[in-house]
Design a protein around this ligand. Structure first.
Ligand code: 7PM
Length: 264
């Protein structure tokens, strides 16, 4: 899964068009590099990000989905995931052709649950502790692996009860979302326990601060650590890795696949 940059906040209409074109170009570049899914988000879900209005988020993401999925681009070879917690954005993105919802709130909002249930798209249910503004202040767990696993099990059951078939669900332990370095490492080490819940596991480790803590490198210098983390996640049962650096990750996974075939 390649992360598509959606640059926010333009002052003029002309700027918005340039940003849309840049995002579409970036998305097509990620497909060329081997991405199997594109994750498009309007930034409101990022830790520490300022809240974004529904309209603002729609203005950021819809032109990109429409540009990739619209009549002028009918042959997009990969599905689009919309990264949002907002039911209105989910509905509009699905109507525009998104085939997956990436909700860091795991459809805990009833309207979000309904938006996905009323469609036929896939969903990623992610764990987080607390809210993105404050979650890194004092993360605390008795047993992070058991607690994240129990939460994801409950969210799978809730989604199924709402009419979202298991085949449409993927789960994600939410690396960095209310977790210390030790918590993140425990989750990566025991990622197989998430896979045991019986639906595909998505892992998002790309360029994250835990990799900065481990290497001492700032975000621009985390490519090798990100590739290592993605490979470890796949070795531990991840089916989807959410990454910025698609080409490097695909190369690493080609080596892994040559050695291991379909067996993980
Ligand atoms: C600043 C800090 C900016 C963190 C962006 C981020 C995940 C996600 C994000 C994830 C799923 C990033 C994160 N992370 N969705 N959205 N799983 N499903 O690195 O790990 O992109 S935001």
């Amino acid at each position: 899964m390649g992360i598509v940059n959606v640059t926010p906040d333009s002052f003029s209409d002309g700027g918005q068009h340039l940003q849309r074109d840049a995002a579409i170009k970036h998305a097509l570049q990620l497909i060329d590099e081997g991405a199997d899914i594109l994750d498009i988000g309007g930034e409101s879900t990022r830790p520490g990000a300022r809240p974004v209005s529904i309209q603002e988020e729609l203005d950021r993401v819809l032109p990109i989905i429409e540009g990739l999925r619209g009549a002028s681009a009918p042959f997009l070879p990969v599905p689009i995931s919309i990264d949002t917690c907002k039911p209105e954005v989910m509905r509009a993105a699905i109507a525009a052709g998104a085939q997956m919802v990436n909700d860091i709130n795991a459809l805990q909002d009833a309207a979000a649950m309904h938006a996905v249930a009323a469609s036929n798209v896939a969903v990623c249910l992610m764990h987080k502790q607390g809210n993105p503004q404050t979650m890194q202040e004092q993360p605390h767990y008795q047993n992070v692996v058991d607690e994240v696993s129990a939460f994801l099990r409950e969210r799978i059951a809730a989604a199924e009860a709402a009419g979202i078939q298991r085949e449409r669900i993927v789960i994600d332990p939410g690396f960095g979302f209310g977790k210390t370095l030790a918590h993140n490492l425990a989750l990566l080490r025991e990622l197989r326990k998430m896979a045991e819940l019986g639906v595909p596991v998505l892992a998002g480790l790309s360029r994250k601060s835990m990799l900065g803590a481990l290497t001492g490198h700032d975000v621009a210098q985390r490519l090798p650590a990100s590739v290592a983390a993605a490979l470890i996640a796949v070795q531990h049962g991840a089916s989807i890795v959410r990454v910025h650096d698609v080409r490097a990750t695909v190369d690493a996974l080609k080596v892994w696949n040559a050695v291991n075939g379909e067996i993980t």
